[in-house]
Design a protein. Sequence first.
Length: 131
Amino acid sequence: MTFKPKVGLISCSGEACSGGNISRAATLEVLHHLRPNETVTICLPLFLAGDDAERDFAKHFPTITIDGCNKLCAAKGTARYSSEPAVKMNLEDYAGNYCRSDDERRRIQGSSKLVGKIAQDIASHVDRLRD
C-alpha cells in the first residue's frame, strides 16, 4: 500500500466581506463531507502567528489555499512562511469581486451554489494531488 499524504486546506479568514465566509464554507464542505479522510485544515491566523506545527505541515505536504479576495492572504502567507501552495484558489476567479456588492445580504443568500462549485473544485484538486 502506497502512502498518500493528506492535503492541507488553508482558507481565508477575512471578515471584511462575504468572500471569506464563502471560502471557509467551501473548505468545510470538503473537510467534513467531500474528502474527510484526505484533508486537514490549517488555521491561517495560527499559521501567520508562527505556529511550528501548522507551518511544518505546509512545508512537507501539499496545500491548497482558498482566498476570498484578491488580497490573497492565504496564498501569500503560505508561500512566505512555509512553501508555495500546490494550488491557489481565489473566489474572484469564480464570481468577480464579491466584496464590492452593494447588497451584501443578497450575495450571502445566493452563495450556496458558489460554495458547492468551489468545494467540488477543491475536491478535484485534492484527488489530483493525492494521485
